[in-house]
Design a protein around this ligand. Sequence first.
Ligand code: CTP
Length: 407
Amino acid sequence: MQIFKVGGAVRDRLLGKPVTDIDWVVVGATTEEMLAQGYRPVGADFPVFLHPKSGAEYALARTERKSGRGYGGFTFHASPEVTLEEDLIRRDLTINAMAEDDQQNLTDPYHGQRDLEARVLRHVSPAFAEDPLRVLRVARFAARYADLGFTVAPETLDLMRQLSESGELEALTAERSWKEISRALMEDQPQVFIQVLRDCGALKVLMPEVDALFGVPQPEIHHPEIDSGIHTLSVLEQSARHKQPLTVRWACLLHDLGKGLTPEEEWPRHIAHEHKGLKLIKVVNERFKAPKDCQELALLVGQYHTHGHRALELKASTLLELLQSFDVYRRPQRFEEFIAACEMDARGRKGLEDRSYPQADYLRGAASVARGVAVQPLLEKGFKGPELGEALKRERLKALKAYKENA
Ligand code: CTP
């Protein structure tokens, strides 16, 4: 049996990037031999094992054939006769289809190294189409390596387009898609992920609500970039530039979905888009079974981002309602994330990327004023139950009025 390092570990070493996960491929072995050596099988009929000590993944060299639609539709053929080249040819990209032995001798039958140097993401063979998730993977790699100058090969983009049109993407499970989406959003250039998905027609299938924003104009006075789709990409770009967490990035992507619903005769205005967008945000959240904190923040940012921008003009009572909606007393972090998303929205506009955003500190100050209202004196006055709640609200309102006057 021969063991090779494959995939991302080889790619990233050649790129001079840190290697975290190492995947291994085992040629010339049977399941029984692996088990006899103490490797632990990962799944019932999936030829992948965990190393008895390191826990690293070792896969038997295999070929894959498709037997039906979707991920469940795979059959694996692993046997000691499958060669390294046969294993590598069924992988997604040439830069991921290189192997290395323990002496760092490279096996590169599909010219991954050449494509690494040329900065090209190119599929290895027509077997790319066996797993439609690869459309998302390529878009994710494009986002990750955009700074290095990588682009998708035209023939690969064509294949991605065919896959998107074939209906195959619809068969992906929410879990697999979300894993790719969430990883892609955490890259340094997440907007490239969305852009590549759009270029190959996958965005229209995966997130038609986001795709619909392209070509929809906004008032130039607030949005020099005009196009709502371009604006969304810029907001996402800013969220990465400012190292925001996944929750904020997800909210940035979805914050303006309502603009895709505005009747053309109302363009470039988008009356009540915040409210109209909520049902779309909910649908996208549920489609990918996004984690609860991502779902919640996206809905809150969708509903209240304009409040964020108008913070300094809001009446004390509206400010209080905003703070109550966020439950800033028990969920201070979530309000911080809302403020961050609003700031990214304000900066994700052409030429305004470095503008100041005084609303952020103003909102923080308001939250701290409302939080600072003490309950004890009200309890001492004998308030309890719903009356205590009302009294607290009155005190907070009073404090916010004073805050506004002194601001
Ligand atoms: N692979 C593939 N098709 C997929 C998933 C994985 O061909 N749908 C292959 C690629 O050769 C890939 C390897 O399996 O390099 C390991 O996959 P994975 O660990 O998911 O990705 P990495 O390439 O290691 O990339 P990352 O750095 O994102 O983990």
